[in-house]
Design a protein around this ligand. Structure first.
Ligand code: ADP
Ligand code: MG
Length: 246
């Protein structure tokens, strides 16, 4: 329809890059185009996600077409789902099931600057994962210990972590990330700042699979962080969402 959702501020979206996939204005259009499972789709509606936000309309198709992405969109515009839905859709089945990629170790990593943020991302992920035995791990001292065991690690689909925690486990030799196919840096303005950049470089080096997709998400991306992002991403698409009339 042509109605406007009154509760949703109108958003202005600017894209830059080569061969940018068309945006999708509804979740069902995305589901049709990219064969998103009915389970994921019904988990969206069950959680009150009826229509995609601007960054979701643009970002989800880009990520589902396996492109690298730098996404800049204000706080509260649903950046988390923009990367979690494509990750969960393209991983298809949990590692623990009889799936071709199964047993090959961690396939997606989301890194955020604080434990609190990692915790929020984990909660969002659990909403989408309802009804299926996805193994989503919020990395902590305790889970790091568990994942030092290879057979436990091979059943993990997605790790959500702070950079320091992740690097500690990579360095101690307990964590293998060479089969990671999706790497997301959330709050990328902080992740690509001097504070975390050494850790980010370690994580990038550990995620050594040649077919890795990388994405950065942030509310703002200062020039220096943007430069870092463009160095780590491959033929990236840049999406910037701004609120209209503000
Ligand atoms: P950001 O990371 O951009 O600050 P979040 O991903 O934390 O935003 O999302 C902000 C809030 O909006 C969360 O409570 C989330 O559950 C909700 N949300 C995300 N996408 C949608 C949607 N399409 N429809 C309704 N609510 C949504
Ligand atoms: Mg966020």
């Amino acid at each position: 329809g042509t109605e406007e959702t009154p509760s949703r501020p109108r958003q202005r979206v600017v894209t830059k890059g080569s061969d940018i996939p068309a945006h999708a204005d509804t979740f069902s259009a995305m589901a049709e185009r990219y064969q998103i499972s009915s389970l994921l789709l019904s988990n969206l509606t069950a959680n009150g996600y009826n229509d995609p936000t601007g960054i979701q309309s643009y970002g989800i198709p880009i990520l589902l077409e396996s492109r690298d992405l730098a996404a800049i969109s204000p706080t509260g515009t649903g950046k988390t789902l923009s990367y979690l839905l494509p990750i969960m859709s393209s991983l298809r089945a949990p590692s623990s099931s009889a799936n071709s990629d199964a047993g090959a170790g961690v396939r997606a990593v989301v890194v955020a600057p604080t434990r609190e943020l990692a915790h929020q991302i984990h909660n969002e992920c659990l909403k989408l994962a309802q009804g299926r035995k996805w193994r989503v791990v919020l990395f902590s001292k305790a889970t790091a210990g568990t994942l030092a065991d290879k057979s436990a690690r091979d059943k993990v689909d997605i790790i959500i972590s702070t950079p320091l925690r992740l690097v500690a486990s990579i360095k101690s030799g307990g964590l293998e990330l060479s089969n990671v196919r999706h790497l997301v840096l959330d709050e990328a303005d902080r992740m690509l700042d001097a504070e975390f950049f050494p850790q980010v470089e370690e994580i990038l080096a550990a995620c050594s699979h040649p077919q890795i997709q990388k994405a950065v998400f942030s509310a703002t991306l200062p020039a220096n962080a943007e430069k870092m992002a463009m160095q780590m991403l491959k033929d990236p698409i840049r999406v910037v969402v701004g609120l209209k009339d503000t």
